[in-house]
Design a protein around this ligand. Sequence first.
Ligand SMILES: [Zn+2]
Length: 470
Amino acid sequence: MKLEKNALHYLEEKGKLLQKMAQDIWEHPQLGGQETYAVKLITEELTKAGFTIEENIGGIPTAFVASWGKGRPIIGILGEYDALPGLSQQVLSQKKPVQEGAPGHGCGHNLLGVASLGAALAIKAAMEKEGINGTIRYYGCPAEETLIGKVFMAREGVFNDLDVALTWHPMNLNLVWDSSCLAMNSFKLNFYGKSAHAAAMPHMGRSALDGVMLTDVGINYLREHIIPEARVHGVITNGGLAPNVVPDYAQAWYFVRAPHREQVEEIYQRILKIAEGAALMSDTKYEVEFIAGCYEYLPNETIGEVMREKMEKLGAPQFTSEEKRFAQELESTLPREMVEGALRGYGLTREEGGGSLCDRILKSSGPYGKGKVMPGSTDVGDVSFLVPTAQFMTAGMPVGVAAHSWQSTASFGSSIGAKAMLFAAKILALTAAELINTPEAINKAKEEHKQVTRNKEYKSPLPNDLKSNL
Ligand SMILES: [Zn+2]
């Protein structure tokens, strides 16, 4: 109990400073792999507090691990800080970028990285004060949006010795993330043919675009014969330059997703066969360019229960009438059907959610409920396959607003986001404190993890020779 009290006290004292830091990162948004601004701020604080920092994990300059303490348990807290392209936006309820076309924190990772930092610093301070043994690690995970950071870090083995991993995500509700999500592969298919005058000498040409088109037709036929939960979606990133030149180069980019890693592997292999067939038909050649891959997310229920208990005990952040008004204004920029549709998707009425801003702790239901598979992907999946992992979300934006929008950038940069961040830091710290105090809970979480993974060995989704291009 003392550990929890001390950690909370630390966060009460340092709250303003952390909120300022999250704001500072929001004002300096950088894309995945380029997050030098956030990394400098965060590592400076960790170093000041006595953490040792290992940088450049997996050859990614903005990936790092900060460690403090000794012995077990080893608690990992995951932080992210990358922004999204084109989502620059001021804290306003009309679309107005800070800088046209610039990146913005539409996924709230400015809050994510700082809350995790606050939790790591708070629990460390509390352990030091009480003279409690154990190790706290902060994982600086870059490029989450492209599902790259943690997968490359996992390949280096940096998560392997953790007892548990904790994280969170700013969103529009307050709940523990009990659902799984989809495993995924992202890859490009490059086709090579021969160029020729498309009218005068078409017989001399072999169209790389034909290879791409035939692949896509093949994938459309494949969809009938894969599990309905799987998703295959793609774009043609290069289809040639002019109609009168037979393209000697063309490229398509696909994502394959499914509830389990093995299913992704299987569908992926079948797509490569389709590409091979397409190359044969068009008399072209093709090459695979593997971009990224990840595991499905395995929520650890034992730790999830601890998180839920802490959230319920602390109570959700409350908002001022000014913040509520701003949230309503942001929602009013969207079609009514869309806002209502979002609520329906969560299985909530307006009253149950607490209005435009969720001001209560909800039971995990809808897409975040137990046994559900949310149709998205996260590189937290790889960590969750390696060690018991749990995460929760807190309301940093209005219920009816979608993440990755200018409205979400505005909200994550406002005092609404700042409140969500501090609440998250407290929940992470309290969960860590409880786990440190009760080794049985950690053992139970590990036992559960063993059962869920059925002792299957983690095999990196990345080809052995693949280097990060960050
Ligand atoms: Zn995110």
